[in-house]
Write a protein that binds this ligand. Sequence first.
Ligand code: HEC
Length: 116
Amino acid sequence: MALWPHAGGAAPLAGNPQAGQAAFKLCASCHQVGPRARGGFGPQLTGVIGRKAASTGDYHYSEAMQKSGIVWSEERLAAFMRDPDRVVPGTRMRFWGISDEQKIADLLAYLKASAQ
Ligand code: HEC
């Protein structure tokens, strides 16, 4: 978990959006995605790839997220899924992290497909 093997590189594996939709159950207790998604316990994630961090209007982010200056590229998002607190120290997202790289690639493919 301490390793960060693909920092700076693109996700090395091809993602499968259908598998990513299934894997999104790891996120769905806190996040919504899709055309009618809204902020809930966590911000909505529709079109999150390419989006500036802390930029949805209906969610109150932590100061850490507001000041992060991040744009959610695939690489950044993959790193955040591996270890949220390492990418945004002090984030309110309490999430263990995913170490399965295939799952991360699938989730990225799903989120990319859910751009609106
Ligand atoms: C236990 C609840 C919870 C789970 C599970 C969770 N998140 Fe989060 N997430 C949050 C919270 C709360 C925030 C807001 C963090 C902040 O403001 O510091 C957040 C923020 C985010 C952001 C930043 C969004 C933005 O608008 O800047 C992304 C991206 C994200 N989560 C992705 C995911 C993904 C992908 C998963 C599943 C792999 C996931 N999260 C699982 C609670 C969760």
